[in-house]
Design a protein around this ligand. Structure first.
Ligand code: PLP
Length: 363
C-alpha cells in the first residue's frame, strides 16, 4: 500500500473510516545541502509537505476529514480556513462530489483564494476573522450552529474541532520515524498549534507500537506577532494564551485565539521540546535561503521552522551531531505575492529580438 493508507491500523479511528485519497503523504525528506553544513550542522533535514497534492500538509487532514463527512452521510463540507485547509478540503470535497463552504480569515492571500475557487468552493472572507480573537470566537460559534443544523461537523484543522481529520496529520511522524533512525528534533511552524500537536501525538502513537523508539523533541515555532504558545512554552508555563490582535504577516499563522494551544504546549513540553519566536523578517530571510541554497520553494509559513532552528542554533540549544527536521509545511506556489521581496534583485531580461541573444548568453 502506498501513502498514508498503510498507517490506518495504527490510528484509533471509528469503524469504517479510511482516507479518501488524492495521493497525499509519502513526502520527501531532504538533507540540507548548504544551510546546515555551512553552520557546522551536517544533520539538518527538510520534510517537504509542500509536495502534497494541494501544496500543503493539510491534505493529510482533508483525506480523513472528508472520509469522516462521507462516513456520516454528510451532504456538505463546512470549514474555516486561512487558505490551506480550505484549499485541501475544497480539492477533496470536489473529488467526493460534495459542496464546500468556507469562512476565510481576513487577509488570506489571493493565490490561496484562487486555488479554492478553482476547485469550486464557495468562499466568504470575514472582516477581522483570524486577526481579532473575539471576532474569531463569534465566527466559530456561528459555524458550529450551522454545522449542527446540517448534521455535520465543522472542519477546522485542529483537534478541538476535527479530531478525525487531525488524526491523519500524525502520519507525518510515522514517515519520519521510518525514514530516520533517530529523528532527534522536529521544528514545527505553529499558528493554532494543531500541526505541532499532531506531530507530538504521532510520535507517542508510534512509540506505543515500537517500544524502542525514542520520541524526538517537538519544538513549536511561532511568529512574534502571534505568540499564543511558543513564548509560554519557553517560560515553562502550562497554558497557552490568546493574543488580542495577531500582527504577523505570515499567512496561515494568524490564529489569535487559543484552539489546540494548551494541549500543544503540554505535549511539546512532554517530548522535551521548546518554544521559539521568530520575526517576520527572519522568516522571509529563511524563505529566501531555502530557495537560493536548497532549491526549496515555500510560502513564508513553511520557512518558519527553519527560522526557529536558526534561533536554536544561535542560542546554542541544538546538538551538532543530532538530527533536526524542519517541517516545510506549504508550497511557494500558494502565495506568489509573498515571493515578490525575494526576487526584486533578480529581474527578467526582455529581449526585443533573438538577435540580442549573443550579448546575453555569451559565456
Ligand atoms: C495550517 C498551517 C500551519 C500551522 O498549523 P496550525 O495547526 O494552525 O499550527 C503551518 N504552515 C502551513 C503552510 C499551514 O497551512
Amino acid at each position: 500500500m502506498k501513502g498514508i493508507s498503510k498507517y490506518t491500523p495504527l490510528l484509533n479511528l471509528p469503524q469504517g473510516i479510511a482516507p479518501f485519497s488524492l495521493g497525499e503523504g509519502n513526502t520527501p525528506l531532504i538533507k540540507s545541502r548548504q544551510i546546515g553544513p555551512e553552520l557546522g550542522f551536517p544533520n539538518l533535514y527538510f520534510k517537504l509537505e509542500s509536495s502534497n497534492p494541494s501544496g500543503s500538509y493539510k491534505d493529510r487532514f482533508a483525506a480523513f476529514a472528508i472520509a469522516d463527512v462521507l462516513a456520516n452521510k454528510g451532504k456538505i463540507c463546512l470549514a474555516t480556513s486561512s487558505g490551506n485547509t480550505g484549499a485541501a478540503l475544497a480539492a477533496y470535497a470536489a473529488a467526493a462530489g460534495i459542496p464546500c463552504k468556507i469562512a476565510i480569515v481576513d487577509g488570506a492571500p489571493e493565490g490561496k483564494l484562487k486555488q479554492m475557487r478553482a476547485y469550486g468552493a464557495s468562499l466568504y472572507v470575514i472582516k477581522e476573522f483570524g486577526k481579532n480573537s473575539e471576532v474569531s470566537e463569534r465566527v466559530f460559534d456561528k459555524l458550529g450552529e450551522v454545522a449542527i443544523e446540517n448534521n455535520t461537523r465543522l472542519q477546522v484543522s485542529a483537534f478541538k474541532y476535527s479530531p478525525i481529520g487531525m488524526t491523519g496529520v500524525q502520519t507525518i511522524s510515522f514517515e519520519l520515524a521510518e525514514d530516520l533512525e533517530h529523528v532527534g528534533n522536529v521544528f514545527v511552524p505553529s499558528g493554532g498549534g494543531g500541526l505541532a500537536l499532531a506531530i507530538a501525538r504521532g510520535f507517542q502513537t508510534w512509540k506505543c507500537q515500537h517500544a524502542n523508539f525514542e520520541v524526538p523533541k517537538v519544538h513549536c515555532v511561532q511568529p512574534e506577532g502571534n505568540d499564543t504558545i511558543a513564548g509560554n512554552l519557553r517560560k515553562g508555563l502550562e497554558e497557552a494564551q490568546a493574543v488580542t490582535n495577531a500582527t504577523t504577516k505570515v499567512s496561515g499563522l494568524q490564529v489569535a485565539n487559543v484552539i489546540d494551544g494548551t494541549e500543544t504546549l503540554r505535549e511539546c513540553k512532554a517530548t522535551g521540546g521548546n518554544g521559539f519566536l521568530v520575526s517576520d523578517e527572519e522568516t522571509f530571510e529563511c524563505q529566501r535561503l531555502l530557495a537560493i541554497k536548497e532549491g526549496i520553494y515555500t510560502e513564508p509559513a513553511g520557512a518558519v521552522a527553519l527560522a526557529g532552528w536558526m534561533k536554536a542554533v544561535a542560542a546554542g540549544e541544538v546538538d551538532k551531531d543530532a538530527n533536526a527536521v524542519c517541517i516545510v509545511s506549504g508550497s511557494g506556489f500558494k502565495d506568489p505575492d509573498a515571493v515578490e521581496e525575494l526576487i526584486v534583485h533578480n529581474p527578467v531580461s526582455y529581449l526585443s529580438s533573438y538577435k540580442e541573444m549573443d550579448q546575453y548568453f555569451a559565456v
